[in-house]
Design a protein around this ligand. Structure first.
Ligand code: NIG
Length: 386
């Protein structure tokens, strides 16, 4: 294997407690791993060197919440929303019809296009969900396609009760035959626990069945109004509860006292004209916060983690370091990939070589220059992708 030194780093964000944030730093990559990080003056020799001329370097974004297995278009729904219509969970059914009708090749091509778009803007670890199939065969197909393309796959058969089906019969199917079919292709199970989708008891049944099959748990909760999602996620020891838009003080206290990550999806809240989530209150209470794109054709059609970071800083009262950490190490924690050999969201020896170089002297520019594309170079698992 050949090693590569990235030199001339003006500002290095490592997310590692011992290394901290460095100025005038260097990194060395070998194969798919970081093998050295520290002050430039102490850097070991490497086979190649790339001087980034004072730019800021940080871990690649970890996007822990997307829905990229889809076909079809919902521009008209978005336009209607911007004209005052509310967002409703039922819009999911439009994408379900289009996705069922699409060929495997079309789904794969759409997924790859969105992953490439995300990577070009600094995303190096990405989760995606099933959930636009809602039959055993369609969910299995989505899980298989996704497993070949992304880092983490989540089964979301409990995204919506298919129109015309009885809710409890559908929950039986999801927690029985559907889970059995997909379990070998996914690492996670998620439930949309919300009025108009699945109630707490139905969600609990699906999640318990998934845990029995060895899957990790995640919950869509408190997106459209207050509800039981956050408390259910904490009760079941879910790795994350995602959205967290409408939280009550008890929800914040429950998250702060748990290992469940609060994954905030600000692009979704803006696109559905919901309030932004109470990030400051969560952080001040001691909860672990992640930021993710929620890229999907209905509620949040962006893959830009930079946009989420910018919004978090300018509108959610997060500091730049808090937002950067949430979009890297926070996402890694939500996916339980933040520790050990090959960890993501962190730059230290042994971590996966996922490196994002900004065309900026400081990560502050992500908020200081909102909307300006700042990705200069990206390495994913040691391979330069941009
Ligand atoms: O996270 N909340 C449920 N699922 C997606 C929305 C999907 C859609 O509208 O198609 C979300 O926002």
């Amino acid at each position: 294997m050949t090693s590569t030194a990235i030199t001339g780093i003006g500002e290095l964000t490592t997310n590692d407690d011992e290394l901290g944030d460095l100025t005038d730093a260097a990194l060395v990559l070998d194969g798919d791993r970081i093998v050295w990080a520290g002050p430039a003056a102490a850097a070991p020799a490497a086979d190649h060197a790339i001087d980034v001329a004072g730019r800021a370097v940080l871990p690649g974004w970890v996007d822990s919440h997307t829905h990229l297995l889809f076909a079809g278009d919902r521009t008209a729904e978005f336009t209607a929303r911007m004209n005052g219509e509310p967002y409703a969970a039922g819009g999911i059914a439009v994408t379900v019809d289009a996705t069922r009708a699409a060929a495997d090749d079309e789904l794969t091509a759409t997924l790859r296009r969105h992953v490439a778009e995300a990577t070009a803007h600094g995303t190096t670890c990405l989760e995606t969900k099933t959930g636009y199939g809602l039959t055993v065969a369609d969910e299995l197909r989505a899980a298989r396609i996704a497993a070949a393309e992304v880092d983490e796959v989540t089964f979301l058969g409990a995204h919506l009760v298919p129109p015309g089906q009885d809710a409890d019969d559908y929950v039986d199917l999801v927690s029985g035959d559907m889970l059995d079919a997909v379990a070998d292709h996914v690492g996670w199970c998620d439930v949309f626990c919300e009025r108009g989708a699945f109630d707490a008891e139905q969600s609990r049944r699906v999640l318990r069945a998934a845990a029995d099959r060895g899957l990790g748990l995640r919950v869509h909760g408190n997106q459209l109004g207050p509800g039981p999602g956050v408390r259910l996620a904490v009760e079941l020891g879910a790795a994350s509860v995602d959205h967290c838009t409408h939280l009550e003080p008890d929800d914040i206290a429950a998250l702060a006292g748990s290992g469940t990550v609060a994954t905030l999806l600000p692009a979704c809240d803006l696109s559905t004209r919901q309030p932004l989530p109470p990030a400051r209150e969560l952080l001040d209470a001691g909860a672990t916060v992640a930021l993710a794109s929620n890229c999907n054709p209905g509620s949040s059609y962006t893959s830009s983690m930079a946009f989420c970071v910018t919004t978090a800083v300018l509108q959610m009262r997060m500091t730049v370091p808090e937002a950067i950490r949430a979009a890297t190490l926070g996402g890694a924690r939500a996916l339980r990939r933040d520790t050990g050999d090959g960890a993501v969201g962190v730059l230290r020896p042994g971590a996966r070589a996922d490196v994002h170089v900004l065309d900026a002297p400081s990560t502050s520019w992500l908020a200081y220059r909102p909307g300006v594309p700042l990705t200069h170079a990206v390495w994913r698992a040691g391979t330069r992708t941009r």
